[in-house]
Design a protein around this ligand. Structure first.
Ligand SMILES: NC(=O)C1=CN([C@@H]2O[C@H](COP(=O)(O)OP(=O)(O)OC[C@H]3O[C@@H](n4cnc5c(N)ncnc54)[C@H](O)[C@@H]3O)[C@@H](O)[C@H]2O)[C@@H](O)CC1
Ligand SMILES: [K+]
Length: 465
């Protein structure tokens, strides 16, 4: 079945995939010039509206990103917005030369001293291959300091498209970044994504690229069916360990994320178990062989002792769909997982997993998640300010930026609880990770500023709205 335009617009492309998608358009008869015209006019319209009559300075580089800049400048001129171009270098491609030739307005050299209102960065886009020279960085920084509002076209210059690395220190921050044709990994990866301001995408009609990564979009949630009961909605077992607080936090979130029944398995009933949470107290693995258990969560508060490792081993041997989080990730090694699983590491836990599985940490974040997914056979939700999900079959999902208020203790336990709850509902690890991450971000948005992990857990049911 062909993908709808909204699915295509969620795709995230590497530079190589982007070039191949553009080639496909050229083969269908579109010219480079026509594509640049479409892209430049689309971005130009965003700029025209945001400038609202204030004078605009367009910084143009040698490549097609610079070509887009000349189209934008012409579009602004035609619509009466005062505009001038600063050419950092002469256009180096035929399409960019063509765009330069069609623009009849003012073009200044890189030495011109310019102050103004709105700066448009068309120095480099996805074709950047190395750090900016000192003189180009100086030009970009000076212009950025001398303008109030800053818009990057496709990508801010100095940002590596496939990784989100900033190839220079001291790159300016933008208020808006208008991505052209498709999202790139950098739009969702730290540290680059943090410099981009608001993100917008202008569609120029590229087709779906098989195997492309995608942006996490709102999942479709349906209420339980009319004949649902607690077991059919999913029984989630949360395996406690040496510290009771973390699994209780996970349980608070899990109870609000869709599972019909959440049960805490602990050696002794901890203090503070809420009335709506069932607690099973008994020795390790006691009661965990209940065939009605649809999913398990292990890791929050587990501890890292030999006893904790044995408890983890006992859980994983059940082959029940499982979310493995926190301490359990540090105890995990190759061959231990026997059933469907979601791993939810942060950076430190990821580093431990990479050591355990013999993987390199020297790769873009999404590639690291994918490598671990393929080595472990589990879905990997690599969390942080730029969370990404990868599946062993190659699927990759980037999460849009979530509120930075999430950087508070316990929010990882909440994420694990939500994800495990979704896993208990349908037992699909990739879907559970996607829904879990989305609900977590949405609950954070609805929690306002300066929330606690407990506030966040109690807001999860509202995120379904
Ligand atoms: N193919 C097309 O027609 C379209 C291209 N688009 C634009 O094209 C851009 C990509 O164009 P290009 O591939 O020409 O890439 P860029 O415009 O980013 O620039 C690449 C050029 O700069 C050189 N270069 C790379 N890093 C440099 C550095 N640090 N210092 C000096 N020179 C450096 C490269 O050797 C190459 O000549 C996209 O970001 C987007 O803005 C869009 O307009 C969509 C349509
Ligand atoms: K740019």
């Amino acid at each position: 079945m062909p993908l709808g335009r909204s699915s295509i617009l969620a795709q995230v492309l590497s530079v190589a995939q982007m070039r191949a998608a553009e080639e496909a358009l050229f083969e269908q008869g579109t010219s480079v010039e026509a594509l640049m015209e479409t892209a430049g006019r689309g971005a130009g319209e965003y700029v025209r509206r945001i400038a609202a009559g204030r004078p605009v300075t367009v910084l143009c580089g040698p490549g097609k990103n610079g070509g887009d800049g000349y189209v934008i400048a012409r579009h602004l001129m035609e619509h009466g917005t005062p505009v001038r171009v600063v050419a950092a270098a002469d256009p180096a491609t035929p399409a960019a030369r063509n765009a330069r030739g069609l623009y009849q307005g003012e073009v200044l050299g890189p030495d011109a001293v310019i102050e103004g209102e709105v700066l448009i960065d068309c120095l480099f886009g996805s074709g950047l291959t190395r750090p900016l020279s000192d003189s180009l960085l100086g030009l970009l920084r000076t212009l950025a300091e001398n303008h109030h509002l800053k818009v990057a076209v496709d990508l801010p210059s100095g940002v590596e498209s496939d990784s989100g690395a900033c190839l220079n220190a001291g790159l300016p921050r933008f208020d808006l970044t208008v991505a052209l044709s498709a999202w790139k990994h950098a739009h969702f990866a730290m540290p680059a994504c943090e410099t981009m301001g608001a993100l917008r995408l202008f569609d120029i009609g590229v087709a779906a690229v098989p195997g492309a990564a995608a942006v996490l979009t709102r999942p479709l949630f349906t209420p339980p069916p009319a004949d649902a009961h607690k077991y059919r909605r999913g029984l989630l077992g949360i395996v406690a360990g040496e510290m009771p607080g973390a699994p209780l936090l996970s349980a608070e979130a899990a109870m609000r994320a869709g599972a019909g029944y959440v049960k805490l398995f602990a050696r002794a009933r901890p203090a503070g178990v809420p009335n709506d949470l069932v607690c099973h107290a008994g020795p390790d693995a006691d009661g965990l062989d209940d065939p009605r258990i649809a999913a398990l969560l292990v890791g929050p508060g587990l501890g890292r002792s030999g006893a904790a490792a044995e408890r983890l081993q006992a859980v994983l041997e059940l082959s029940v769909p499982v979310v493995v989080d926190a301490d359990a990730l540090v105890l995990l090694g190759p061959g231990m997982m026997t059933g469907p699983a979601v791993l939810t590491p942060h950076e430190g836990e990821m580093a431990a997993l990479e050591r355990a599985f013999g993987l390199s940490a020297d790769a873009p974040k999404h590639a690291r998640a994918l490598a671990l997914a393929q080595a472990s056979g589990a879905v990997v939700l690599f969390k942080g300010p730029d969370s990404v999900i990868a599946a062993p079959d190659g699927r990759v999902l980037h999460a849009p930026r979530a509120p930075s208020w999430l950087s508070v203790a316990g929010t990882g336990d909440v994420l694990a609880g939500i994800t495990a709850s979704r896993l208990a509902v349908h037992r699909d690890p990739f879907r559970a990770a996607s829904e879990g991450l989305w609900l977590h971000g949405e609950a954070a948005r609805r929690s306002g500023p300066a929330f606690t992990a407990g506030d966040l857990a109690r807001t999860v049911s509202k995120a379904f709205a």
